[in-house]
Design a protein around this ligand. Structure first.
Ligand code: SGN
Ligand code: CA
Length: 531
């Protein structure tokens, strides 16, 4: 009899927990290219924890951003809207924090909400029960954080510190009777790709394979590809990006920020580890006196080693959080999402940075583990978007999406369902110009069938790519007669999407808040966006 009662009780508890709303752990890193994740096929990147997450979840091959740059991408994720509607088209914007966001809706529905780490939206976070965010870009070493109580500096390496703070909130900070949404948002692997003490040297004695387009000549494309300022050759700096102390002969001495800024910020102990790693590399480099292609090759290797070391720091820390979820039993009812604000160039076209509608920066990683819903080890090839995140989180939490959000919930895709009317083409618009990096503003569409149309509207130039035949996007077919039908069909898809997204006047400057008229709380988030 007793046994029966016990069994009944167990069954009751189980059905109650099955009906419980899931927690959401939203891991978002900064500038993490798909090509730097093992699960996406990288041969060089060491990402065992992300790879395991992919094995236990679903990996999306085509998660596309709406504007490949930090603040705008985050604004879209929060609002489920394009930048011309959420007022944040470029990094010098200021987020109207009175507008509707998914964290506010989840909070209203009884979720505990929290954001820790990179924010870059300049106004104070709203809709969060707890927040602790980096000012602007934040620092890799001994980062400052903005909190409702003011500024706080925490000693350590940003990726580790952000994780410590996230774990602290998970363990002690939240109301445990409620489900949670934790935005655990990393600074790494953003420029200048400063690795943490634990990862320095991880790629010593390794040679990272070069992309086929490292020495792209930009023929076959419109003028913007030639006129950018994001090339490893011309724009990657020795004294900051490549960690080299300035010396006579390097050109003008950098006056502020850059290496000086972050190097002086380190503690003596951190600096000793740093110097032990970089001094021999720097000496060898000075001695070698490389020129031309050899110099580009060296810069590429050093860039990639730093970048991948930053990625490895993110991966190790993701592992710490996943371990805690497991140990606490939270893993059973927690959706884990890994993504980044955009992709990044890892030497493709000779570049670093992002911004373009070309594949490497248009795509961003997306891996989702959702026990009992997502079949482990699966892949999805639909054109999903960061525009869809808000509505996906809301549906997962059982909250209805407001009509004015512009994405679509990915929950059916996560359940493995085929959705015949999923988007056939994705709309994109990049605005920030001319600095940094001098990438001409453009908008366009990328179709599910592998065609892409881009309009650089300042010079009225167009590009059309056939990704099936030219995956590296080296030859525009815009004026090729064989592609006339495809061009017309892309053009009409683009116009339809502009109507759908209320973007029918794409060349007009989008509404943007660039000052601070919004009553941002106690005004702790000082200053304009520092890029
Ligand atoms: C800084 C970087 C740029 C980068 C922007 C925007 N320069 O300005 O290379 O494109 O941030 O990045 S740096 O020398 O200061 O690193 S974003 O991810 O925040 O959009
Ligand atoms: Ca970014």
């Amino acid at each position: 009899m007793k046994r029966l009662a016990l069994l009944l009780l167990l069954a009751l508890i189980q059905s109650a927990s099955a009906a419980e709303r899931p927690n959401i752990l939203f891991i978002f890193s900064d500038d993490h290219a798909m090509n730097a994740i093992g699960a996406y096929g990288s041969k060089a990147a060491k990402t065992p924890n992300l790879d395991r997450l992919a094995k236990e979840g679903m990996l999306f091959r085509h998660c596309l951003v709406t504007n490949s740059i930090c603040g705008p991408s985050r604004a879209t994720v929060l609002t489920g809207k394009y930048n011309h509607l959420n007022g944040f088209p470029d990094n010098s914007s200021f987020f109207d924090n009175t507008q509707q966001t998914y964290p506010k809706l989840l909070q209203k529905a009884g979720y505990q909400t929290c954001v820790i780490g990179k924010w870059h939206l300049e106004s104070e976070p709203t809709g969060f029960d707890h927040w602790k965010v980096l000012p602007g870009q934040g620092s890799y070493y001994n980062p400052d954080f903005l909190t409702p109580q003011g500024k706080e500096r925490i000693e350590g390496y940003a990726t580790d510190v952000i994780t410590d703070e996230a774990l602290k909130w998970l363990k002690e900070g939240r109301d445990q009777s409620k489900p949670f949404m934790l935005c655990y948002w990393h600074k790494a692997p953003h420029r200048e790709w400063n690795p943490g003490p634990q990862e320095l040297g991880l790629y010593d004695n390794k040679t990272i394979p070069e992309p086929a387009t490292l020495f792209d000549d930009y023929n076959g494309r419109a003028s913007p590809a030639r006129e950018q300022q994001m090339s490893i050759d011309k724009d990657m700096t020795i004294n900051s990006d490549l960690k080299m102390p300035w010396q006579n002969g390097d050109g003008e001495e950098p006056k502020f920020g850059g290496r000086k800024g972050w190097y002086n910020r380190m503690t003596d102990a951190q600096r000793a580890i740093w110097d032990a790693h970089y001094n021999p590399i720097n000496e060898a480099f000075r001695k070698a006196n490389l020129q031309g292609k050899e110099l580009v090759r060296w810069k590429y290797q050093q860039y990639m080693k730093d970048y991948l070391s930053c990625v490895a720091g993110v991966d190790r820390n993701v592992g710490r959080v996943l371990e805690y979820l497991k140990e606490s039993g939270l893993d059973k009812n927690t959706i884990v999402v890994y993504s980044a604000d955009q992709g990044f160039y890892l030497g493709e076209h000779g570049w670093f940075d992002k911004r373009w509608m070309y594949e490497e920066s248009l795509h961003t990683p997306l891996i989702v583990r959702w026990p009992g819903v997502v079949k482990p080890g699966t892949e999805n090839k639909n054109l999903v978007s960061t525009l869809d995140f808000a509505e996906t989180f809301l549906e997962a939490a059982g909250v209805a999406s407001p009509k004015d959000m512009q994405g679509r919930s990915m929950v059916p895709l996560l359940k493995g369902e085929t959705v015949p009317d999923w988007r056939a083409a994705h709309y994109y618009h990049y605005y920030e110009y001319p600095q940094p990096h001098h990438v001409a503003p453009h908008y366009g569409v990328r179709s599910e069938t592998g065609y892409k149309l881009i309009h650089y509207y300042l010079t009225d130039e167009w590009e059309l790519f056939d990704l099936n035949k030219d995956p590296a996007e080296l030859k525009s077919l815009y004026t090729d007669n064989d592609y006339a039908t495809i061009r017309e069909s892309l053009m009409s898809q683009m116009k339809e999407l502009q109507v759908k997204y209320q973007a029918t006047n794409p060349t007009a400057p989008p509404p943007k808040v660039s000052t601070r008229p919004l009553n941002p709380g106690k005004g702790k988030t000082k200053g304009k966006a520092k890029e």
